[in-house]
Ligand binder design. Structure first.
Ligand code: ADP
Length: 231
């Protein structure tokens, strides 16, 4: 079953730059997908359209049965509850502890305290940080901070986890740990994962679905793919 369908998507920004040309693609539930391509090839734009940070200029985007392109602004919060997001630069709140950073994501959606606590600890355990709950972000390594960001993104059990260059600031060893956590989430929770990356080693090691963008166009989409050298 498909979780995501894009049909003839174009995205032109207000300054006239067309970032995505005629993208058509389906992603099945439970898939682990790498989106690769050079800088400026449209990876971030594609990801932003999946959580309605950007709207396509034309075409259709369906995520979990919701037509994201046509979704009213007042309903975007419903989509965001089904989608977790991880960025290259972690984006943790510096004055909150590890526990509070993750639990906060449950509080804003109005989850009962007990449930928020249970899910927060479960998410932190999954990313291997249960022993750091009382630490503040500046007391953690970059890899640990990113694992907190991942726990925050999955605390509400979203169907979809979007990661935009999550290992971009990390060395190969820390990157490997992040990928192990993401693979665990994909396998254990069945979360569909879409990850934009430049990291050739990771892509070639993991043998997942690989979607390649070049100058805003999808030039290949392979199961168990490798890094496409054309980019
Ligand atoms: P990538 O993530 O692969 O580096 P992006 O999706 O960020 O690529 O960018 C694709 C193209 O769209 C680039 O030419 C970029 O300059 C342009 N672009 C991205 N965001 C904006 C924006 N907010 N306004 C105008 N142009 C943008």
């Amino acid at each position: 079953m498909d979780l995501i369908r894009l049909k003839n998507i174009y995205k032109q920004y207000k300054n006239g730059v067309t970032a995505i040309y005629d993208a058509t693609i389906s992603i099945r539930k439970g898939a682990f997908v790498f989106v690769i391509g050079g800088s400026g090839s449209g990876k971030s734009t594609l990801i932003k359209m999946l959580y309605r940070e950007e709207k396509p200029t034309s075409g259709q985007i369906v995520v979990g049965g919701v037509n994201v392109a046509k979704l009213r602004n007042s309903k975007v919060y419903k989509l965001r509850r089904k989608v977790g997001i991880v960025f290259q630069d972690y984006r943790l709140l510096p004055k909150l502890t590890v526990y509070e950073n993750v639990a906060f994501a449950m509080e804003v959606i109005g989850a009962p305290k007990k449930m928020a606590r249970h899910q927060t600890l479960k998410a932190l355990e999954l990313v291997g940080l249960k022993n750091k709950v009382h630490n503040y972000p500046n007391q953690l390594s970059g890899g640990e901070q990113q694992r907190v960001a991942i726990a925050r993104a999955i605390v509400n059990n979203p169907k979809l986890l979007l990661c935009d260059e999550p290992t971009g600031n990390l060395d190969p060893e820390r990157s490997k740990e992040i990928m192990e956590v993401l693979e665990l989430i994909n396998e254990k929770r069945g979360t569909t994962i879409i990850m934009a990356t430049h990291d050739k080693e990771i892509v070639n090691r993991m043998r997942k679905q690989v979607v390649t963008l070049k100058d805003g166009r999808i030039i290949s989409n392979e199961e168990e793919g490798t890094y496409n050298e054309v980019v």
